[in-house]
Design a protein around this ligand. Sequence first.
Ligand code: TMP
Length: 215
Amino acid sequence: MADEAVSKRALFITFEGLEGSGKSSIISFLVRYLKKKRLSVKIFREPGSTKVGELLRNILLDKKKVISPCTELLLYLAARTQLIEEKLKKAFKDYDVIICDRFYDSTIAYQGYGLKLGKMVEKVVNIFSLGIKPDLTILLDGSVKKGLKRIKDKDRIEKRPLSFHYRLRRGYRAIAKKEPLRVKVVNADRSLKEIYSSIKKIVDDFLRKKCIKKF
Ligand code: TMP
């Protein structure tokens, strides 16, 4: 852990967003930025980042699979508990910053709002995140249609009707409204340069508040 970092565990930053919102390139940019500041960074993705999680990811995204809404919910939760218990808890001790490409807000948006499983999802999500809560969540929000257009070979979730994607966007916006201190909305319908610059500002502010002196 860097000398200047005063937090006892790693700072936990999650990225959320609609399909085709460009999360991956933005995460790579942020990792480079944080490493330049001599912070140790570990990235995970959800579902995935463990052997079991990656197997579950293959099932969940396979467009040939028929999966019922509740089964889908349980598989996402299973991938998450595996990640937390197998890797995340340890990584919290070993790194300054952990970045997760999606975490429990995805479940609330996609299964709660998108699949209309409703409030029950929030309850189970709370139970099965095993006490882990992101310190900062960056939500890449933009046009549903533009995002989907960027994807060439759509997976099982991306192939869903537009109405599903509009509902999940509504879900994300509701989460951001409920938790404005944690969830920062970034307009993804701009150039990468503009998006990076907004994210840099958000992250710098966040680190300053967390008393990491090199910021
Ligand atoms: P992605 O990380 O490449 O975007 O793919 C993950 C897909 O899984 C994406 O369509 C969002 C979806 N998802 C859920 O539906 N619920 C969840 O809880 C998570 C973590 C992801």
